[in-house]
Design a protein. Structure first.
Ligand code: NAD
Ligand code: GLY
Length: 368
């Protein structure tokens, strides 16, 4: 087992990475202060992993709160089910919420922990690649609103993140690919060496090679911990973690939550960010194509939905959390391995990026 750290003064916490961790009661016990725990999970994950976690937590009084599965359920109504479960089992302020699942469960259970009795302890036990490399670390919690993704929420750090890499063996391949989008993101925004490593090991990652997966998770979590440690509340550098997300969230909202997976939308959205960075003269055509090829090799979509017009994008992007005083800030690449957050771009470049023919652009790539 490897242990990484998120350094945030009195809110610092460890990230444990290893195989079989969900069965290790002693690891949980280090971070449970009271006598009661509430395990929040969903109906897909419960039959796979709930019993192991319950056994590991046998020393505590337990409540299992099993939610419906899917991004479409990341809502006020589902959040209420968590509060119903906590209140009807009379959990007090010393209870610990355990989020067992992917990013949807982690974001919702974390938000519930932030609000319940004005804040109780919580532990992230992420079971998708995406949640292991991104959403479980850093304390962003929340739910969607019909008008915008993740628009209601709180910064609320977990007491620990327990990443059991063996849970990835049951993950559907499409979900594994979605997680790889966020892994590639770290290479693009802050570590060109890791990008090169990913190019070499993409096939091993897709075939669930445990050594390769563990390395990719550790590198991703280390990058995220470093960035969150420097900027917990996204006043600056943390926004670079949203490479491709402004375009991607527009795709997710336009298509209806759940139609495109988050990682899929991030992949197509990052292709748009690469194209805009190229149009600004910051990266070369070869760099852009290098990024596109890596997303393709990860099994991800690289063309935004063809029916989406520039007006559709602009409408959704106007509610992005990176809009400040009416100005849309975008995360772009100054070079491969270095991202910037900027509102300083010509409107025509954004419009040209939104109007580009991505199918043709990607088609040419295949012909080279
Ligand atoms: P998800 O939580 O919907 O999980 C994907 C699917 O895989 C679900 O059907 C789930 O039940 C299933 N699943 C989970 N673990 C499994 C396993 N081990 N075996 C088999 N099936 C399993 O999706 P996700 O990609 O994990 O998370 C996406 C969410 O994360 C989005 O809502 C996004 O907004 C959020 N997110 C948050 C942050 C953050 O910083 N808080 C960062 C990135 C993404
Ligand atoms: N996933 C973006 C962030 O945590 O800031």
């Amino acid at each position: 087992m490897q242990t990484l750290h998120v350094d945030l003064a009195d809110r610092s916490y460890p990230i444990y990475v290893g195989a079989g961790l969900i069965s290790q009661g002693e690891l949980f016990a280090r971070h449970v202060a009271g006598k009661k725990v509430a395990i929040v999970t969903n109906e897909t994950i419960a039959p796979l992993y709930l019993e192991s976690v319950q056994r590991a937590l046998a020393a505590y009084a337990q409540t299992a709160i099993v939610l419906p599965d899917g991004e479409a359920f990341k809502t006020w109504e589902t959040l209420q089910l968590i509060f119903d479960g906590l209140l009807s089992a009379r959990h007090d302020r010393r209870c610990t919420v355990i989020a067992l699942g992917g990013g949807v469960i982690g974001d919702m259970a974390g938000f519930a922990a932030a609000c319940y009795q004005r804040g109780v302890d919580f532990i992230q036990v992420p079971t998708t690649l995406l949640s292991q490399v991104d959403s479980s670390v850093g304390g962003k919690t929340g739910i969607n609103h019909p008008l915008g993704k993740n628009m209601i929420g709180a910064f609320y750090q977990p007491n620990a993140v327990l990443i059991d890499t063996s849970t990835l063996t049951t993950l559907p391949p499409r979900e594994l690919s979605a997680g790889l989008a966020e892994v590639i993101k770290y290479g693009l925004i802050c570590d060109e060496g890791f990008l090169a490593w990913l190019e070499e090991h993409m096939d091993a990652l897709r075939s669930l090679d445990q050594q390769a997966l563990t390395y990719a998770i550790e590198q991703s979590c280390a990058a995220k911990a470093r960035i969150v440690g420097a900027d917990e509340r996204e006043a600056g550098v943390r926004a670079t973690l949203n490479l491709g997300h402004t375009f991607g969230h527009a795709i997710e909202t336009h298509k209806g939550y759940g139609a495109w997976l988050h990682g899929e939308a991030v992949s197509a959205g990052t292709v748009m960010a690469l194209e805009m960075s190229r149009r600004l003269g910051w990266i070369s055509t070869e760099d852009r194509d290098r990024g596109i090829r890596l997303f393709q090799r990860a099994g991800l979509p690289v063309v935004p939905p063809e029916e989406m017009t520039p007006a559709d994008f602009l409408q959704h992007m106007a509610v992005d959390k990176k809009v400040l005083d009416g100005q849309l800030r975008l995360v772009l690449l100054r070079r491969m391995g270095e991202a910037v957050v900027t509102a300083d771009y010509p409107d025509e470049t954004l419009h040209a990026t939104l109007s580009a023919n991505y199918r043709a652009l990607v088609g040419q790539l295949g012909e080279q």
